[in-house]
Design a protein around this ligand. Structure first.
Ligand code: NAI
Length: 330
């Protein structure tokens, strides 16, 4: 198939070109993101391959339909950036990569917890400056703490198992509980109880109408004072204004985020010589107990190989008229 890739970096091109040797699709890589202004680049192609911050709203999709695009292939798990109703109306199918190394994201959530707790990012800088003082580096034992997992799908389940391995008591909230986790000793509770009991809360549910700003002022009020909140899901699971307030009031003890509500246009690019006008983001970065990474939870060699493999197989299945096992429907 002739496929236009958007929001691509060199690593995307490297992994896709290598994997495509056994698929034989015609791939064209654009650095620009896909939106209603750039949709015309898709002219002459049969499919577009997009990532987390491409804006597949109704206007973009209608333009893609004008250029006879038949398939939107997401090279990610989340699909909150696609207007599925508009895609269906325009007879464009949508496929995704539902699971690619879920351990990559779960392990990144653990990295955020350990860094925030034991302050290894600060210790690294101190030691490089010959400062061996331990002042203000005190952490806490993860062992024995209560961990709350919101969303125990593929990634949340991996994360829960790692935390069980640390010797934590694991609470979970999900609209569809996972029996295997229950057998391993995870306690499914209502959201309120999870918020009240957990020392560490990690978000692994998708972003949708029900979960938008799930962590709002009310949620922060219910949490234990000094709790740690980790978000490797999607930025808008957290109400940024409310989290800034909870940090200012010293209600929230730690915040580790790999995703940010307004990350589109900010993340995945070198902006070191650009003025950042996002005051909320700058406020977040001013707190000593906040750690931000730029949506790199998925970024392991194993995950990139799987993303390329599954995305290209999705394209081949569509081309061959096979059943689309990774189709996303409205
Ligand atoms: P999944 O679909 O396997 O699991 C999501 C779980 O959330 C399911 O068990 C579902 O029942 C639950 N859920 C749905 N609505 C809920 C609600 N209102 N309240 C509580 N639970 C709810 O998805 P997976 O693969 O585990 O991924 C989770 C999310 O992680 C994705 O939607 C995506 O946003 C994010 N992600 C982030 C990455 C990163 O690089 N930081 C990479 C990959 C995914």
């Amino acid at each position: 198939m002739r496929v236009a890739f958007f929001s691509t970096k060199k690593y995307d091109q490297d992994f896709f070109e290598q994997t495509n040797e056994s698929f034989g699709h015609e791939l064209r890589f654009f650095e620009t993101s896909l939106n209603k202004h750039t949709a015309s680049l898709a002219e002459g192609f049969e499919a577009v391959c997009v990532f987390v911050n491409d804006a597949l709203d109704a206007k973009t999709i209608s333009k893609l339909a004008d250029f006879d695009i038949k398939l939107i292939a997401l090279r990610c798990a989340g699909f909150n950036n696609v207007d599925l109703e508009a895609a269906a109306q325009n007879k464009i199918k949508v496929v995704r990569v539902p699971s690619y190394s879920p351990q990559a994201v779960a392990e990144h959530a653990v990295a955020l917890i350990l860094t925030l707790n034991r302050k290894t990012h600060k210790a690294y800088n101190r030691v490089r400056e010959n400062n061996f003082s331990l002042e203000k580096l005190t952490g806490f034992n993860i062992y024995g703490k209560s961990v709350g997992v919101i969303g125990t799908g593929i990634i949340g389940a991996c994360f829960a198992k790692i935390m069980l391995g640390f010797g934590c008591e694991v609470f979970a909230f999900d609209v569809k509980p996972n029996d295997e986790l229950k057998d391993r000793g995870v306690h499914y509770v209502e959201l309120e109880q999870l918020l009240q009991e957990a020392d560490i809360i990690s978000l692994h549910c998708p972003l949708n109408e029900q979960t938008h700003h799930l962590m709002d002022r009310n949620a922060f009020e219910q949490m234990k004072s000094g709790a740690m909140l980790i978000n490797t899901g999607r930025g808008a699971l957290i109400d940024t204004t409310a989290v800034v307030e909870a940090l200012k009031q010293e209600k929230l003890g730690y915040l580790g985020i790999d995703v940010y509500e307004q990350e589109s246009g900010l993340f995945f690019n070198d902006r070191s010589e650009t003025i950042n006008n996002d005051d909320d983001f700058l406020r977040l970065m001013s707190f000593p107990n906040v750690l931000i990474t730029g949506h790199q939870g998925f970024f392991t060699k194993e995950a990139l190989e799987q993303i390329a493999e599954v995305s290209l197989k999705n394209l081949s299945d569509f081309e061959a008229g096979n059943e689309l096992e990774n189709e996303v429907k409205a």
